[in-house]
Design a protein around this ligand. Structure first.
Ligand SMILES: [Zn+2]
Length: 230
């Protein structure tokens, strides 16, 4: 699967947890964006066997969790969300693409549908549209983004640490998608999928800028502090 399909697929799997993480919803979405792509950060040659296996994914999660927990101390629900989103990547690639779930004990690939086929592109556009409609209609995206202003320093660090790599890989894979799509042409659904890449890139830029932006509750904090003093 390409990146928009992965994000949408993992988003749908993680929806109950995202609904649960009400105040940290922007952070939860940033987690899904990053962790739904985690295996594709190791995508070269034999490394793809490892990153698309259960053992490899567990090791990658552990390697990312250690600095993430040390720097931003996320709530357990966020770590659960991260593991579910990363597991969703393997399910997505098993459905469209390929995975080697039992590597290193077995090199056997599992595949249901072919990657980058017409079916793949159409399904990813469908998944992404469903996810985008749910986010827009039910998850109050604007309120989630503006509420970042009330985040603590550790929550902002968590947002920064997930939104930054999500933005980088979206830019890189989007460029690669354009190159690969030159053969069969970029018409119709491929153009729509490219628009999905651009929308994701934009969202990651907004999340990243919010994570380093100014805190918006300075005034109210000082009023509360003033009350405490008097
Ligand atoms: Zn993959």
């Amino acid at each position: 699967m390409w990146l928009p399909g992965h994000m949408a697929f993992s988003f749908l799997i993680c929806l109950p947890l995202i609904v649960h993480l009400k105040r940290e919803r922007a952070l939860a979405l940033s987690y899904v964006m990053f962790f739904s792509l985690l295996p594709d950060f190791l995508h070269l040659g034999p490394l793809r066997y490892l990153s698309h296996s259960l053992v490899g994914l567990g090791a990658m999660l552990l390697m990312v969790f250690i600095p993430l927990v040390a720097l931003s101390r996320p709530r357990p629900a966020l770590l659960l969300l991260a593991a579910a989103a990363a597991g969703g990547h393997l399910l997505g690639d098993a459905y469209i693409g390929s995975i080697a779930p039992f590597y290193p004990w077995s090199l056997e690939w599992f595949q249901v549908n072919e990657f980058n086929s017409a079916f793949d592109i159409r399904m990813e556009v469908v998944f992404f549209t469903i996810a985008a409609v749910i986010i827009t209609v039910a998850l109050r995206p604007w309120r989630s983004i503006t509420s970042v202003a009330s985040y603590s320093a550790r929550e902002r660090r968590g947002l920064l640490l997930t939104a930054l790599p999500a933005m980088a890989i979206t830019g890189l894979e989007g460029a690669y998608f354009i190159i690969v799509s030159q053969g069969p042409g970029l018409g119709g659904y491929r153009s729509m999928l490219l628009a999905c890449f651009m929308a994701i890139f934009l969202v990651s830029v907004v999340l990243l800028s919010k994570s380093v932006g100014r805190t918006g509750h300075k005034l109210s904090d000082s009023i509360i502090m003033g009350r405490d003093i008097t």
